[in-house]
Design a protein around this ligand. Structure first.
Ligand SMILES: Cc1ncc(COP(=O)(O)O)c(C=O)c1O
Length: 429
């Protein structure tokens, strides 16, 4: 008998053959729900929980002694987490530090690497960027005496979903100082060609940095090989370190020794930090871009998460992530959900080389579809105007979960449930 690849039995067979399946038991899955929002807020693992409890215990037992005696020592916790995160982005240990938060790190890195000079005053961004990045870039331009209307060069999308690398490269003129781009677009999940863009930027004399909020922990990067100047990301999405947890910075070692745009004592050379001098001496690596004392309780979960990823193998995770997004897309197609009367559209590139970790499912009644899915126990998120984002996460989503979600996408339309939902999106969607 030929296998019916659209059947639940087939999904179960895929789960049975999945070498990462057992990691699911180490996560707190919301009871009775199909959680597909790990691209927005990753779930708590027992590993991350244990790391937080350990930090609390060390605080209880060691008090101030924890700065040096805790395991790992709090004084260099950001550097230690950076060492663990470095393989995820193809960096050396001292090029990554876990510190700050996404937008604050963007401010610090732009304050450092945006060096307008003469005619070269522009920053390239895209029309599909996450808004916080645009606000930060506008303010950094103002701080350097520029005019955001003139100096922020927004490369538009041709199709409303993706950005063409050709268009970004065409914008890299001698009037541009910096390209500040997303690695994966937050709405469509398009993955940009980082190697090609970095090479093009450097040939044209500009620096390039990437916001990797939607790729860190999902897409393996090769920042050193690709010669990226700098990058930053959060740890609360695919890295499962909890709401608002501390973020991360990568600085190519070529830039070591540059004075960070926003200096603070936590970036001082560690051996002399407590000399309390008023003259700046930055740490020799990416650690120099730290500003304040590491927030231990929000950094601790990163330790549990990164160790778990080390155990699972990041390449295997990416392989499973792509297999799962392929599976979701093929089920939507083979179940007829892209045709009448369903009319779902797939906004994510089909080419796996251009895809991050989620699938964007578009529908003209997007907000109502998202609400109806929630009523049926599916947790997606919604991004205006019409995108329901679904992220199968390799460490805790099963193929059977994906199969179920596709049934619910059908059900909300078959039953007319979505039509009963109120207009508009929720305050947090
Ligand atoms: C692509 C991207 N950049 C920046 C941010 C802002 O993050 P934060 O609130 O941690 O500064 C987000 C938040 O989701 C994001 O998705």
């Amino acid at each position: 008998m030929p296998v019916d690849v659209a059947s639940l039995d087939h999904a179960r067979a895929l789960d049975a053959a999945d070498p990462l399946a057992s990691f699911r038991e180490r996560f707190y899955l919301p009871e009775g729900k199909l959680y597909f929002d790990g691209n927005s807020l990753g779930l708590l693992s027992t590993d991350a929980e244990a790391a937080v409890l350990n930090a609390l215990d060390q605080w209880k037992r060691l008090a101030i002694g924890g700065w040096m005696e805790a395991e790992p020592a709090w004084f260099t916790f950001g550097e230690e987490l950076g060492r663990l995160a470095a393989p995820l982005v193809g960096a050396e240990a001292d090029e990554v530090v876990v510190t700050g938060t996404t937008t604050v790190n963007l401010h610090n890195l732009t304050a450092t690497f945006y060096r307008p000079e003469g005619e070269r005053r522009g920053i390239i961004a895209t029309g599909l960027d996450f808004p916080s990045d645009i606000y930060a870039l506008q303010s950094q331009i103002r701080l350097k005496g520029g005019d955001p209307d003139r100096d922020l060069i927004i490369v538009p999308s041709r199709d409303g979903r993706t950005i063409e690398e050709d268009d970004l490269i065409a914008a890299m003129t001698n009037q541009v100082a910096l390209a500040m781009l997303p690695s994966v677009l937050y709405r469509s999940g398009q993955l940009l060609d980082i190697a090609r863009l970095s090479a093009a930027a450097h040939e044209r004399g500009l620096l390039i940095g990437f916001d990797c909020a939607h790729s860190a922990g999902s897409v393996p990067h090769q920042f050193d090989r690709d010669d990226v100047d700098f990058a930053f990301w959060c740890n609360y999405k695919y890295l499962n370190a909890g709401p608002g947890s501390v973020g991360a910075i990568y600085v190519n070692r070529r830039h070591f020794g540059a004075t960070p745009g926003l200096t603070g004592w936590w970036g001082y050379h560690k051996e002399r930090q407590f000399d309390m001098r008023h003259t700046w001496e930055g740490a020799p690596g990416a650690g120099a871009w730290q500003i304040s004392t590491n927030p231990l309780l929000s950094a601790a979960p990163v330790l549990g998460s990164l160790r778990m990823i080390g155990e699972a193998g990041f390449d295997r995770m990416r392989e499973k992530s792509l297999a799962m997004t392929n599976y979701l897309i093929s089920l939507l197609e083979s179940s007829g959900l892209l045709d009448a009367p369903y009319h779902y559209r797939i906004g994510t590139p089909r080419d796996v080389r251009r895809r991050g970790g989620h699938v964007s499912v578009e529908h003209d009644a997007g907000p109502k579809i998202a609400k109806a899915l929630k009523q049926l126990g599916v947790i997606p998120d919604f991004r205006p105007p019409d995108v329901v984002r679904l992220a199968p996460i390799p460490l805790y989503t099963s193929y059977a979960d994906i199969w179920e979600v596709v049934q619910r996408l059908r059900q909300v339309i078959d039953t007319g449930l979505y039509l009963q939902m109120p207009e508009g999106r929720d305050l947090v969607s």
